[in-house]
Design a protein around this ligand. Structure first.
Ligand SMILES: Cc1cc2nc3c(=O)[nH]c(=O)nc-3n(C[C@H](O)[C@H](O)[C@H](O)COP(=O)(O)O)c2cc1C
Ligand code: SF4
Length: 559
């Protein structure tokens, strides 16, 4: 079986079709077959590209070279030169010439085409993840060597702060600032924790990094240890990620063999050890303080904060907790510097973001793209359009605790600042794309079922609130809702948001809030007309509702 080496996209909006793009597409099919490379090239179409002076346009990835206008007569030459010989066909670049070049440069121009930009996934799928030699050949441990032998801890943190990297675990907290907090606490013992719990439904970006490039996380943790003054680290890995754990354990052994972990690394007197800790299957253990409790051998329940882990973390010691994707950025930033890193993404959200794409699209999967790309671009380019051409109704951005955005927000740049302005959460980077055949009430009910099940039960607003909101939305889903339910939901949103002890209870209200904000008419149709506009919700007899038996956690009260 051959693997895909190239992706070729041919523009196919109406004007492109008028100018012969379908002939171009068909010619590609013939030529790829003729050269016997049809299994190595993914051929697809590209909808509105905003460059009508260069159509029919052809974009070839992974280089993101843009050709246009292309005629069917050009295709043979293009396939031969670009796909077989790896050469850019210069005469076909005009007038789209300015669209080519490194992606940061391309992104700077409005209306241009974004390409995948790999920083954290750079080596994934290219190196053998079980070979430390392979990692080293691909710049591995170069950043650790540079940090230990030519930079002070303060210089490492300066570079990180200047890079503008923000945490990729959900909240987007500035990473350099967090490192500085931990570094600033005087203590003979500190810890670094990599949060690899990743239990957010639909999110699997961290798994791809851990399985495909485990040494990058070890290298990043050691750099973090050096910067903040820690000599011990824990990798808290989701229990179900057996392959990732196996590879991490092996990588730790090999790094020890090479003197890249353990005592006196690079002969600098710096010591660093890493332990792998297996999670036990609770979503709440991804919350950093619950995770710390879990490593300490206690029930995984969040602590009250303050104090924060930066001062009182694992076994009461100052502790740095970072997400896998956050850490995976560190070696590249130290190697190439903050100015290089800031070339990607937007001024306020530099770098890239790894997204997992799911739902009613033609292609699901994982991508790494510059911050600031829009949902429309993700759907049209990387997801290859909506399935069966049914229109987008809504998308959930950021996993279960993320926002539900209507189709009208699909042109909002996906970066921390723009999303915050639009009242949307970037969250973990899971994108659930839903078409017109999906119903918001059905989606919110499913999410609330998840939250009430995963609520750890430590605090009353969340324990009761997640159950109560689930009951109300289920009633609406079943066609038995009342208009007064909407008032009760609003009041529960306030209680959960303000009184819950941790992020689980606070974010459980996000889907409800978004439902009432963007889809009020649909909810009212369920209540006042007793119909689901999408024909999804069952509208069954309200007497059939039985929350006692549905509530596996035993927290239910009858509706
Ligand atoms: C219920 C809940 C689950 C969480 N799950 C994860 C997770 O699986 N992985 C993660 O990195 N952060 C998770 N977080 C966020 C962490 O508490 C913490 O903010 C994050 O690990 C910090 O890393 P960062 O600064 O690199 O983003 C979760 C938070 C909450 C409230
Ligand atoms: S908000 Fe929910 S998950 Fe968080 S401590 Fe309270 S009960 Fe537990």
């Amino acid at each position: 079986m051959k693997t895909i080496r190239y992706m070729v996209l041919v523009s196919d909006e109406p004007e492109s079709i008028l100018r012969g793009s379908q002939d171009v597409f068909r010619r590609f099919q013939t030529e790829l077959k003729g050269f016997n490379i049809e299994n190595e090239v993914a051929l697809n179409t590209l909808t509105d590209i905003g460059r009508h002076d260069a159509i029919p346009m052809v974009v070839i990835y992974p280089e993101a070279v843009v050709y246009g206008p292309v005629t069917s007569e050009d295709v043979h030459h293009l396939v031969e030169e670009h796909l077989l010989n790896g050469c850019v066909v210069n005469e076909l670049l005009a007038p789209a010439r300015e669209l080519t070049g490194p992606i940061a440069w391309v992104r700077a121009r409005k209306g241009t085409i974004p390409a995948e930009q790999r920083i954290v996934l750079e080596r994934v799928g290219i190196i053998d993840p079980e070979s430390i030699n392979d990692y080293i050949i691909h710049n591995g441990y170069e950043a650790l060597g540079k940090a230990l032998t030519s930079m002070t801890p303060a210089q490492v943190m300066n570079v990180l702060e200047q890079s503008g990297l923000q945490g990729r675990g959900g909240a987007g907290f500035p990473t350099g600032r967090k490192w500085r907090f931990v570094a600033g606490v005087p203590s003979p013992k500190k810890y670094v924790i990599c949060n690899a719990d990743e239990s957010e439904p639909g999110t699997f970006k961290d798994r791809i990094i851990l399985e495909g490039d485990p040494h990058s996380i070890l290298e990043a943790m050691a750099i973090a240890g050096y910067a903040v003054g820690a000599d011990e680290g824990y990798l808290y890995v989701r229990g179900e990620y057996a392959l990732a754990q196996k590879r991490l354990v092996r990588a730790i052994q090999r790094a020890h063999d090479f003197g890249l972990l353990g005592k006196n690394i690079f002969n600098t007197g710096f010591n660093f050890e890493i332990h792998v800790h297996t999670g036990a299957g609770a979503y709440i253990c991804g919350e950093e303080t619950a995770l710390i409790e879990s490593i300490e051998g206690k029930r995984g329940e969040p602590r009250s904060r303050p104090p924060y882990p930066t001062t009182h973390g694992l076994w009461g010691k100052p502790t740095l907790v970072n997400n896998v994707e956050t850490l995976a950025n560190i070696p590249a930033i130290i190697r190439n510097g903050s100015v290089w890193y800031r070339k990607f993404g937007t001024p306020n959200s530099p770098g890239t973001k790894v997204y997992t794409i799911m739902g009613n699209v033609n292609q699901t999967g994982v991508i790494e793209v510059p911050m600031g790309i829009t949902l429309r671009e993700v759907i049209n380019i990387y997801a290859k359009g909506m399935k069966n051409n049914v229109s987008l109704r809504m998308a959930q951005t950021g996993g279960s605790s993320g926002s539900i955005t209507p189709a009208s927000l699909q042109d909002t740049p996906m970066d921390f600042e723009s999303f915050k302005r639009a009242g949307v959460s970037l969250g973990s980077g899971a994108l659930l794309i839903c078409d017109e055949n999906n119903c918001i009430v059905d989606l919110v009910k499913t999410l609330l079922e998840f939250f009430r099940f995963e609520s750890c039960g430590k605090c009353t607003p969340c324990r009761i609130g997640t159950q109560r909101t689930y009951e109300i939305v289920t009633r609406i889903y079943q066609g038995a809702g009342k208009m007064s339910d909407l008032d009760e939901l609003q009041s529960l949103i306030g209680i959960l948001d303000q009184l819950s002890n941790c992020g689980l209870g606070q974010t459980a209200v996000v889907p409800i809030r978004d439902m009432l904000k963007h889809f009020q008419a649909t909810v009212e149709a369920h209540i006042s007309l007793g119909v689901c506009p999408s024909g999804i919700c069952p509208m069954t007899n309200p007497d059939e509702l039985d929350f006692q038996t549905q509530a596996a956690g035993g927290q239910a009260t009858a509706a």
